[in-house]
Design a protein. Structure first.
Length: 261
């Protein structure tokens, strides 16, 4: 007899080792359909998962983990997944130029903090959109097949690279921008406690809370700028996905059919 799936209340999974692991389902589209729950998740890094955390992912029958962290980030803190290989791991590093979160503390210790600005992160989001279409397309292709579901994609904090992917997926499903912004802001709620000691580390290096916030928080300004950039430079979300992300209409239709109800 198949073991029943555990009951999960709310969006966030009750994991001790990942505070921002959440279901992106439940969103309502512009035509009043709903994104199915329990199929696609987003998260912060999975290098601190406990044995119980891994067992919960197995009980929820996760098929795939997609890791957007840079090579150095992955080497420093490898994801902890069940040793039996029941959950696949796909590495899709996303890195713009020399900006690597793995060496942020080293840069700050050397006095390099000029990049800590809202303008920097707005430009970063635009580069993520322009330069990594095929990466986002691979994730949407995976999500279009039930053989890969449930899946979770993640970076380190689960807010920027992960946020871009979640936004594009929800846009492809027809979720309004205002709802996507609200969903994006949940990272600030779920990451709040985890961030307190990191703010303290920044403060010890002479970087105050206000200056650190664009990096440590999940501000909405970069996401809004990305929406505007997409419309101005690509047209519709469908135009972007078909011309830049490598999707075809069959896959886009399958994505919507599989994830909407």
């Amino acid at each position: 007899m198949t073991e029943p799936l555990p009951l999960i209340v709310g969006r966030r999974l009750p994991l001790s080792g990942a505070v921002n692991f959440r279901d992106i389902g439940g969103q309502v589209t512009s035509d009043n359909r709903t994104v199915k729950r329990g199929l696609v998740y987003r998260s912060d890094h999975l290098s601190r998962l406990s044995d119980k955390d891994q067992q919960l992912l197995q009980r929820l029958r996760f098929k795939m983990v997609v890791d957007f962290r840079t090579v150095r980030e992955q080497q420093q803190s490898p994801d902890l997944l069940p040793a039996d290989g029941s959950i696949g791991l796909l590495s899709l590093p996303v890195q713009v130029n020399d900006f690597d979160p793995a060496i942020v503390m080293e840069r700050l210790k050397a006095g390099d903090d000029v990049w800590l600005s809202m303008d920097f992160f707005i430009e970063l989001y635009l580069k993520y959109l322009d330069d990594f279409g095929p990466i986002w397309g691979k994730v949407l292709n995976l999500a279009a097949s039930h053989h890969n579901l449930p899946l979770v994609f993640h970076c380190t904090g689960g807010k920027d690279r992960t946020g871009i992917c979640a936004a594009l997926l929800l846009m492809a499903l027809g979720v309004p921008e205002a709802s996507i912004i609200e969903e994006h802001d949940l990272s600030n709620v779920y990451n709040e406690e985890r961030l307190q000691p990191i703010y303290a580390q920044f403060a010890a290096l002479g970087v105050g809370r206000t200056k650190a916030a664009p990096y440590l928080q999940a501000p909405i300004e970069p996401l809004i700028a990305m929406f505007d950039h997409l419309k101005k430079n690509y047209g519709t979300i469908e135009d972007y996905l078909l011309a830049t992300a490598g999707l075809n209409r069959t896959t886009l239709t399958a994505l919507q059919a599989g994830l909407l109800q």
